[in-house]
Design a protein around this ligand. Structure first.
Ligand SMILES: [Zn+2]
Length: 69
């Protein structure tokens, strides 16, 4: 799957929306700077997450749908 060049995506939130807003773009880059490499507590993959996040966005989605990870 190919994303257009201007798609913003990371392991915290998946695909970022509303990226025509310069404040959101700035926030995105701020988050990327703060990301640390850690193992997702759900799937065990090594991902780049905000320091206070324990799950990648895929696992966070599953948890929101009631999966027990
Ligand atoms: Zn995960």
């Amino acid at each position: 799957m190919r994303f257009p060049e201007r798609t913003y995506i990371d392991d915290n939130y998946g695909v970022w929306d509303d990226m025509d807003d310069p404040d959101m773009v700035e926030f995105y880059h701020q988050v990327q700077k703060e990301n640390v490499e850690k193992k997702c507590e759900g799937c065990g993959q090594t991902v780049m997450l905000r320091p206070d996040y324990g799950f990648c966005n895929i696992c966070a989605d599953k948890r929101e749908r009631g999966w027990d990870l």
